[in-house]
Design a protein around this ligand. Structure first.
Ligand SMILES: Cc1ncc(COP(=O)(O)O)c(C=O)c1O
Ligand SMILES: N[C@@H](CCCC[NH3+])C(=O)O
Length: 429
């Protein structure tokens, strides 16, 4: 089931022709499908709930993957919780209507003011990553007359992921407290006035397309839960993080998800059997990755003796995954190519003054000409959320589609907004 498909010769997002969005909103523009977001959330939530030991599983959508207000409201309406990593993300989640009691706060470097904001907001859980953070959190909460529920994010020393830069669970990575330290921290926390430790969390990496590395890490966590309980500590919650990957190469008979999600959920059920914990999950990419595309227009062709450059109006500041992780995104022309269309190998590049502003090299596509529209597929996760204004380009707009309707849920930034926050120093004013 794919919600981006060809109809009458043009690529549609659900029931909306992408040519219409390009005409009304301009390019580049991100376009998201509500139906895909809903489907992936429901598939995941149902599978993990069905396999959870105590029948309780909380799904905290990882907001960092896509923080668009329309996307967040869609998920809040489905009853999702949210995983945040900064005060800005907590504020976005609250603004989108997520109740504080469904908000988790992760992150290696939470500042004092961020922790204070989170405690005052009354969020569900802080995922503590260092001993210093434990002390600080307790001090802040106690000064507010509160006791904040929290878990320790443990570094399981099992790293995995689609690229070295997105592995988080290895002990070489900065994330989480080490396995050996957890017992001691639990014991210290028991005497602290401002925190109540409810359990453990982990997150091993992103774009993981098999279940073995999760299983290794989760089995280690199950052992840790038992040994902590043996020492008399309370472990009621186990937050298993996110990281489940998605297909970036879209199969012809696209029916994303169920197999890997089912296998993952069954594995979780197996590993946590009899553990009597409330499970939490933090999927990001899985929920929104396949739900979005980046729509861009061909500006120029630049033929060279050995290659053909296709210059488009999107750039690495709009979608930085290819430049940062050599990530692969399929490219679909908006006008459905004829079966006998001539095909050419292109290096698809953006307007930015960096050779790294290259989406792909030698990609064979139906022949393109200036003004043609093309879509970078599977761009719903870590696309707009990682965008910048590098080269003083305007932040890219975002559109949410639902059935035959669409709405601009973030307009293209204006030049007034781009320039308006700068301040001249007084000696040059
Ligand atoms: C703590 C934490 N939770 C959840 C996620 C979401 O990961 P993904 O989008 O791969 O599901 C991340 C990012 O990798 C993360 O750092
Ligand atoms: N931003 C990365 C994944 C990192 C996930 C954040 N912990 C990507 O686009 O693949």
């Amino acid at each position: 089931m794919h919600h981006f498909s060809y109809r009458d010769g043009s690529l549609f997002a659900e029931d909306v022709d992408l040519r219409q969005i390009a005409a009304e909103v301009g390019t580049p523009v991100y376009v998201y499908s509500s139906a895909t977001i809903e489907r992936h959330y429901r598939l995941f939530a149902a599978a993990v709930k069905a396999n959870a030991p105590a029948g309780t599983a909380h799904v905290f959508y990882a907001l960092k993957a896509n923080g668009n207000l329309g996307v967040l409201k869609t998920l809040a309406a489905l009853g999702a919780g949210v995983d945040t990593v900064s005060e800005g993300e907590i504020r976005k989640a609250l603004a989108a209507g997520f109740p504080p009691e469904k908000i988790v706060f992760s992150g290696v470097g939470k500042s004092e003011s961020e922790l204070r904001f989170a405690v005052e907001a009354g969020i569900y859980q802080v995922n503590i990553e260092t001993e210093g953070e434990l002390d600080l959190l307790s001090r802040i909460a106690a000064s507010l007359g509160k006791r904040q529920e929290a878990v320790f994010r443990v570094n399981p020393d099992v790293g995995a992921g689609g690229h070295a830069k997105i592995t988080t669970g290895s002990s070489e990575n900065k994330f989480g407290v080490s396995f050996e330290e957890v017992g001691r921290l639990y014991a210290r926390a028991a005497n602290m006035p401002g925190v109540r430790i409810m359990g453990l969390a982990l997150h091993i990496g992103s774009q993981i397309r098999e279940t073995d590395s999760f299983e290794t890490a989760y089995a280690k966590m199950a052992t840790l839960v038992r040994s902590l309980r043996g020492e008399g500590h309370r472990v009621e919650r186990l937050d298993l993080g996110g990281g489940l990957g998605i297909p970036y190469e879209i199969p012809k008979d696209f029916d994303y998800g169920p197999d890997l999600i089912e296998a993952y959920a069954a594995m979780v059920g197996r590993v946590t059997k009899g553990l009597d914990v409330e499970l939490g999950f933090e999927p990001g990419r899985l929920i929104v990755g396949n739900a979005g595309i980046l729509l861009t227009r061909v500006l120029y062709l630049n033929p060279r003796p050995t290659k053909q450059f296709l210059v488009v109006d999107a750039a690495m500041n709009d979608l930085m995954r290819p430049a940062m992780y050599e990530a692969y995104h399929e490219i679909w022309p908006v006008s459905e190519p004829a079966a006998d269309a001539s095909r050419i190998a292109y290096d698809v590049v953006g307007p930015i003054c960096e050779s790294g502003d290259t989406f792909t090299t030698g990609r064979v596509l139906p022949e393109q000409k200036p003004d043609d529209l093309i879509a970078f597929m599977t761009a719903g996760a870590y696309g707009a959320s990682m965008a910048s204004t590098y080269n003083q380009r305007l932040l890219v707009p975002e559109v949410l589609v639902k059935g035959g309707q669409f709405a601009v849920t973030r307009p293209r930034q204006s030049y007034e907004e781009l320039l308006g926050t700068d301040r001249a120093p007084p000696w040059l004013a």
